[in-house]
Design a protein around this ligand. Structure first.
Ligand SMILES: [Fe+2]
Length: 387
């Protein structure tokens, strides 16, 4: 077996070991033949290298001459790779970030939100400290502090604009928990759940990663590849969180969400590899909010992903990891939020989203400025940015 840099991976290579994120989430299992999609996925998660079974490069080049050619196509057309390569190569350039994002960040609304959010994250840290010190949690006070961030007149687009752009500013455990709480609340609203359930989901999102406070910061913030032992430590954070909270006066679904938010319906999650109905519905909703927030966060190696790229990633990753009624409602609403918005396509043309494809939400029908329409599901083009 041999270790390859992710950028050097080729279709047909076979993984010799499980490929995991720094958080320990399984991306590709051992013994899997890599495809273009899987390589994109590995690159998306910023995994630096992968150990593969012995692989004859020359033979591959000959045998997969066609595939090598296709790989060029893929690098041209795949949204995530293309965007990340462009983002990293332009990281100091004038067009590293969509102008739409720059516009939002300059707005007084965003700047006020950023200040309020920072206060909110600090409040959450103080609340976590009190819980860890054994003080009783007043969930109503916690909710009130968070809900001051959300204005009744704020539209869904405005809400996500704020959330998306903020993620390049603040990346602490507390900021992430605050975001997940707000996104989980939005999912609850979309699902038309009762008010008390929406509040419980918000609380679950706010508390879901409290167990990370027990993970040594040198592991949590490590930028190099984690060892198996370090993954094992990271995998303990849902149980740590459950233990920290179990004596508080909390709804059992909230505790389950904390314990199970890394479980997946296909059994690929952790810590207990639960599947299907073994996983609390609250945990599935928190998982969706958690993954969405992670993907829209700015990373050292890329700008925040455009919402349609995130939708594509959920669709590529496999919707069966989440319950259909939750993930489809989420994707539909995210896509609907941006319907009628103007976008930049991967070939640089501007267009307007005119019709959503309910089979593939990442690939709507768009109308170009000359009035002609393109069905992105029948095209290699994709949405690169919202403008
Ligand atoms: Fe987590």
């Amino acid at each position: 077996m041999e270790s390859y840099q992710t950028k050097d991976l080729l279709p047909e290579m076979v993984t010799a070991e499980p490929v995991r994120t720094k958080n320990g989430q399984l991306v590709v299992d051992q013994g899997v033949t890599l495809t273009k999609q899987l390589i994109a996925k590995i690159q998306f998660y910023s995994i630096e290298s992968v150990t593969v079974e012995n692989f004859a490069k020359d033979a591959s080049a000959n045998a997969t001459g066609q595939k090598t050619e296709k790989k060029v196509d893929f690098f041209t057309h795949n949204s995530l790779l293309h965007y990340e390569q462009k983002s990293s190569s332009q990281s100091k350039g004038a067009v590293a970030e969509p102008s739409y994002s720059q516009k939002i960040k300059k707005s007084s609304e965003f700047q006020q939100f950023q200040v309020n959010f920072t206060f909110g994250a600090n409040d959450l840290k103080a609340i976590f400290d009190d819980i860890i010190a054994g003080k009783p949690l007043d969930t109503q006070i916690m909710l009130n502090k968070v809900l001051t961030l959300v204005h009744p007149k704020q539209t869904t687009v405005e809400f996500f604009d704020m959330i998306h752009n903020l993620r390049s500013v603040n990346d602490s455990i507390y900021a992430h928990c605050l975001n997940v709480g707000l996104i989980a609340r939005m999912i609850g609203i979309w699902l038309k759940l009762p008010k008390n359930v929406i509040e419980h989901l918000t609380i679950a999102g706010l508390l879901h990663d409290i167990g990370k406070t027990r993970i040594p910061s040198d592991i949590l913030n490590k930028t190099d590849a984690l060892t198996e032992e370090e993954f094992a430590v990271i995998h303990k954070h849902p149980k740590f969180g459950y233990d920290i909270l179990k004596n508080q006066n909390l709804d059992p679904h909230i505790l389950n969400a904390v314990l199970m938010h890394h479980e997946r319906c296909d059994g690929s999650g952790y810590p207990n590899q639960l599947s299907g109905n073994e996983i609390d519905d609250y945990a599935i909703i928190i998982a969706i909010a958690d993954v969405y927030d992670a993907m829209t966060a700015a990373r050292i190696y890329r700008a925040p992903l455009c919402p349609f790229q995130v939708i594509a990633e959920f669709e590529n990753d496999g919707l069966q990891k989440y319950k259909p009624k939750y993930i489809l409602t989420f994707l539909e609403n995210i896509a609907t939020t941006y319907q009628n918005n103007r976008v930049i396509l991967s070939n640089g043309e501007t267009a307007k989203i005119v019709f959503l494809n309910r089979q593939v939400y990442s690939k709507p029908l768009v109308q170009l400025d000359d009035g002609s329409c393109i069905d992105l599901n029948q095209s290699n083009l994709y949405i690169k940015a919202i403008i």
